[in-house]
Design a binder for this molecule. Structure first.
Ligand code: CTP
Length: 427
């Protein structure tokens, strides 16, 4: 890292973010956002709306930014020393988090009646908005109209995620994006700014350094006879992308893959297998691991007997006697001694995606299930994009459609953060 995260704010050598904190219950998460940004060497200057100050105090925000917190448009001292135009232009990026329905409406309508909205009107810098509100407010036609308008105006969005709300019995889209997601969404804007080019981006911190990540990928082929086999349409793109993302974040990676047409990723120990039984063997040999990701589309059944010779047509209807394959994910998730600290499974579904994924989470003993809809209309199988839901024991987070590479990087950044927290909690 080139810059000292504890040096005074707005040091010109640093990435600079102006964080506008809106008035919502999720405002407290901004404290963590500020802390994580500063750990990355980013300087943060904060502006709070009047409502935001009802949820977190300017004092605590200021303690974390090591800077004054700006709240009032009509504070003449501010105007003399700095001015709202200056505030809006000094940063490389403006982040609005949490962005309330009211703040989005003001932005879309071009209002400028307080410091936050005036800055947003006056800025010539990229603006990243992280909305958080009650699901009904988010889904309200007025909010959706405003979001559409803001997107047309070039405003960037991260989230909201789907999940439980702070209010009891409320669930749906409206949760503030998680801190690592906001940082990941902010990063391209920082890396592109002329001031920021020299600063190490988040992924360059390689948060998986020293960790071993084991990934399964691709389909399995279950022989019926010497020339025929049972298979599925998995391409291995998502699993291979996860292995590559983990490697890029500093991990030692073991990739156990079924038959795919993809090249072996550079720098990664790749073990080739054909059948589910071979995959299980290779996975067990690959342990111990800190994180295990089961992205393979393992065939659920294999033929009970495999004749040595090709089965010939006889005029009778041939019968293949199928037996169930071992469940690799469930086997590893339930290991006593060598269970990886973080076990992530996938759920490929063609209907009731989240409900089935929740069941799989429990049934298999995984920590997270990444659920995706693989019905033919979604073109996930074999395609380059994916739309996933991250199902954890606590909540369900739905990510927008993105490339499989982006899903992989985001997932590994999240897993790295999770591992960091659980390791710290255990110490
Ligand atoms: N999985 C596994 N071994 C198996 C079957 C599945 O490790 N024999 C893993 C997959 O890699 C994935 C998760 O279990 O991470 C769920 O796979 P999926 O095919 O969606 O579920 P199944 O358990 O096969 O259930 P079903 O086909 O009935 O939906």
């Amino acid at each position: 890292m080139l810059s000292d995260p504890h040096s005074p704010a707005l040091n010109v050598k640093q990435n600079r973010i102006l964080l506008i904190i809106g008035g919502g219950i999720a405002a407290y998460k901004c404290l963590d956002l500020v802390r994580r940004l500063r750990e990355q060497g980013v300087s943060v200057r904060a502006v709070m709306t009047r409502a935001a100050a009802e949820f977190v105090t300017p004092l605590s925000v200021g303690a974390l930014t090591s800077d004054r917190v700006f709240t009032d448009l009509f504070d003449l001292n501010d105007e003399r020393e700095i001015g709202h135009i200056c505030l809006s232009r000094e940063a490389d990026l403006v982040i609005v988090a949490p962005a309330t329905a009211d703040l989005l409406a003001k932005m879309a309508g071009g209002h400028a009646d307080d410091l936050a909205s005036t800055i947003l009107m006056a800025t010539d810098k990229p603006v990243l908005v992280a909305p958080a509100m009650n699901p009904r407010m988010w889904l309200h036609p007025a909010t959706q109209r405003n979001v559409k308008q803001l997107k047309n105006d070039g405003i960037h969005f991260v989230g909201p995620n789907v999940g439980e709300m702070a209010e009891r019995d409320e669930a749906g889209p409206g949760r503030l994006a998680e801190v690592p997601e906001i940082i990941a969404a902010a990063e391209p804007h920082l890396a592109n700014s002329p001031i920021a080019r020299s600063v190490t981006p988040l992924r360059a911190k390689r948060p998986l350094t020293g960790r071993h990540v084991l990934v399964t990928s691709g389909p399995t082929h279950e022989p019926i006879d010497p020339v025929r086999y049972i298979a599925n349409r998995s391409s291995g793109k998502q699993g291979h992308a996860i292995a590559q993302a983990a490697f890029a974040l500093g991990a030692r990676v073991t990739l156990v893959t079924g038959p795919v047409t993809l090249p072996d990723p550079e720098g990664i120990k790749t073990v080739h297998v054909e059948t589910a039984q071979q995959m299980l063997e290779a996975v067990r040999r690959g342990l111990p691991a800190d994180i295990a990701v089961f992205a393979a589309a393992v065939a659920d059944w294999r033929s009970a007997t495999i004749p040595r010779q090709k089965i010939k047509k006889t005029g009778d209807r041939p019968v293949i006697d199928l037996v169930e394959n071992p469940d690799i994910l469930a086997t590893v998730a339930n290991l006593e001694a060598e269970r990886p600290q973080h076990v992530i499974g996938f759920a490929a579904e063609t209907r009731d995606v989240i409900a089935y994924a929740k069941k799989k989470l429990l049934a298999k003993g995984a920590d997270w299930i990444i659920a995706n809809d693989v019905s033919s209309t979604t073109r996930v199988l074999g395609g380059d994009n994916n739309t996933v839901h991250v199902v954890t024991p606590e909540n369900v987070e739905s990510w927008p459609q993105m490339s499989k590479d982006e899903v992989a990087e985001r997932l590994m950044l999240r897993a790295a953060e999770h591992l960091r927290r659980t390791t710290a909690a255990a110490e």
